[in-house]
Write a protein that binds this ligand. Structure first.
Ligand code: SF4
Length: 332
């Protein structure tokens, strides 16, 4: 059951005396968009919805605000990455029935005890961040030592992770036997397994099952190594530079260009908002380097007709990093 807090949002709009608003929702909330627009319009403001796909708070439509002379952006469903004054973030929590949560903790306890794990770090996505303290308490009552780590400035809450940033766990990795992700979907537990050199367990709130994610890494790494092997034989590289607010890494792109050129390759800077394979049709390069969302090279990469690699993978391509030092590109 999702609570969109529209009453609180309306109060804030009135308080700020906003006349033109842009509403931005994740893809999963688009079925509720017309209801949100109708409700917020009751404040008397003109309400526009940003319809470009939004996958995170890394993608604030500040240019669109400018174009429409909007004085406020209402962003639903993600915790802040940046904090411009004219943006309201509305958390959207996925509430889990107490009974289901207890079942999940009981199952996880059995798995962890069997593996002789005593010290764990807990993390989750912003949608479930409200759960962390109570889950910590429940595990502590069962005798576990539980850490919820501080993260880098890109992250709003202790214990929160993003698909591109698991510093809430890596910051305490030296003190734990295993990392636990509680929430939904394989996207975040896979990123966690890529980021932390410890066993990773996924506590799935939708099915109340516990999955050991350590083995998922092999499949992912095999795909990445195949892309890197192809890239090694390429001469012309297109370096993708996103202009999205939280995926804009111009300096990383320039660094990749320099590394490739020093290795005798040609490199071209290609800028866009959303990084999408369709936009690359006809571009005369053999390989792409992605400096935007780290996870574009994940499952999405199978749709790309040419290899696409991340910046740390460029280092392997040019021989500056060993294959065994393969690492996840963190966005800070
Ligand atoms: S960069 Fe990618 S993983 Fe990171 S917040 Fe944005 S969409 Fe999510």
């Amino acid at each position: 059951m999702l609570d969109l807090r529209l009453g609180e949002v309306k109060k804030e709009i009135r308080k700020r005396n906003a006349h033109t608003i842009i509403v931005q929702v994740p893809e999963g909330l688009k079925p509720r968009l017309t209801r949100i627009i109708s409700e917020l319009s009751k404040t008397g403001a003109e309400v526009f919805a940003a319809m470009d796909p939004c996958f995170g708070a890394c993608d604030l439509p500040l240019d669109k605000m400018n174009a429409l002379s909007a004085d406020l952006l209402v962003h639903f469903g993600h915790a802040p990455i940046h904090r411009p004054k004219n943006v309201i973030y509305v958390p959207v929590y996925d509430k889990i029935p107490k009974k289901n949560l207890n079942t999940l903790i009981t199952k996880a306890t059995a798995v962890l005890r069997e593996k002789k794990i005593d010290r764990i770090a807990l993390c989750t996505h912003s949608q479930f961040i409200y759960l962390l303290e109570s889950v910590q308490k429940k595990f502590e009552e069962k005798g576990f030592k539980v850490l919820i780590g501080e993260a880098s400035p890109r992250i709003a809450f202790k214990g929160q992770v993003l698909g591109c940033n698991y510093t809430a766990v890596t910051s305490v990795a030296y003190k734990i036997d295993a990392a636990i992700y509680i929430g939904e979907g394989h996207f975040h537990p896979l990123g966690l397994a890529l980021s932390v050199n410890k066993p990773v367990f996924f506590l799935d709130t939708s099915t109340q099952t516990v999955k050991d994610f350590s083995n998922e890494l092999d499949r992912y790494k095999r795909k990445r190594f195949a892309a890197i092997a192809l890239a090694k034989n390429c001469k012309n590289f297109g370096i993708l530079v996103s202009t999205k607010t939280g995926q804009r890494y111009k300096q990383v792109a320039l660094h990749c260009k320099k590394m490739l050129e020093e290795a005798g390759k040609n490199a071209f800077l290609l800028s866009m908002d959303l990084v999408k394979e369709d936009y690359m049709a006809g571009v005369n390069v053999d390989c792409f380097v992605n400096t935007a969302c780290t996870r574009i090279v994940g499952d999405d990469a199978q749709h790309w007709k040419k290899p696409i690699i991340n910046p740390l993978e460029v280092e392997i391509v040019i021989g500056k990093r060993e294959w065994e030092d393969f690492a996840f590109d963190v966005l800070y």
